[in-house]
Write a protein that binds this ligand. Sequence first.
Ligand SMILES: [Zn+2]
Length: 327
Amino acid sequence: MQDLGPATAAGALPLSVGVPCPVCGAKPVGPSRQYLASEWATLRCPECTVEFVWPLPREEELSALYDWRIYASRQYLTFPGTDRRRARMWDEILDSVTDHPAPERRSVLEVGCGYGYFMEAALRRGWHVEGIELDPATARRAGERLGVVVHVGDGRTALQPLGRFDLITASHWLEHLPDPRSAIAEVARHVNPGGLVIVRVPDSGSPVARSAGANWTWFCPPVHLFYFAERSLGALASSVGLRVVSVRHHRGDAHLWPLECAVALGRSAIGPPGVRDRPQTWTAEVARSPIKSVLGRITEAIDLVPERAVPPARWNASELVVVLTPA
Ligand SMILES: [Zn+2]
């Protein structure tokens, strides 16, 4: 793949750029529908449909961003209802791959494990579980809570010295990376023949994403640098020797559809976040304030409405789960 070169100031990008697609190599790539709606320029590949931030932020910008994000995430922690919903979600996903991996080989790794919802679900099934987590405090908390090994570091680097696993999961990880292709290639190198990879990403092809455009909740450059849909994630997987076993569109960590629409309307009124030096400032302010728990409880209560209670289900699906296996 061609080196994408150094980043330059966003906004200085001409509309007729010819950057090759970082997923499938197609060129030229044109401005995406979100190009003019954000201070971050985004491009869209006409072949595989992936959308991505261009120019990419500099390495020091990303480091500063993640120092900040880790701080903000510690303010949020979780709510019991959300924990229950995530546990249920993982049980459903693992039920759908119940024949894999083979019963005698159930070593599992979660890349970007956070507080360990997936690891907990895998442990309940008697599988051998390890995790990788960027934030040392979160890694320690998950490891102590579940009694498992959690490696500290960024997913790609921390994977390199490890062996192979029967199942590797990566939830809401690829969209944050400046080079998701090399990251998923590293994952592919660490899955056993016949094993599985489960990838969860925001679904930029979902009805709510397509209709909300730049006001979609998960359109949040530079936190999310890549925007995948079923076709582009499949192209990414096949480019590193993985093939798609199954695709699932579901709500996942997204809000219920009515709440997604309300957030999109709110963002259309106040403008999408993306101030370069203080990304998503409002999120930080909410996280620090006493109203955090009130807002969190309200959101949690709304989100606890069962996914199937809002027909049709596809309209309530803003997340993509793709199960992959070595080709
Ligand atoms: Zn492409």
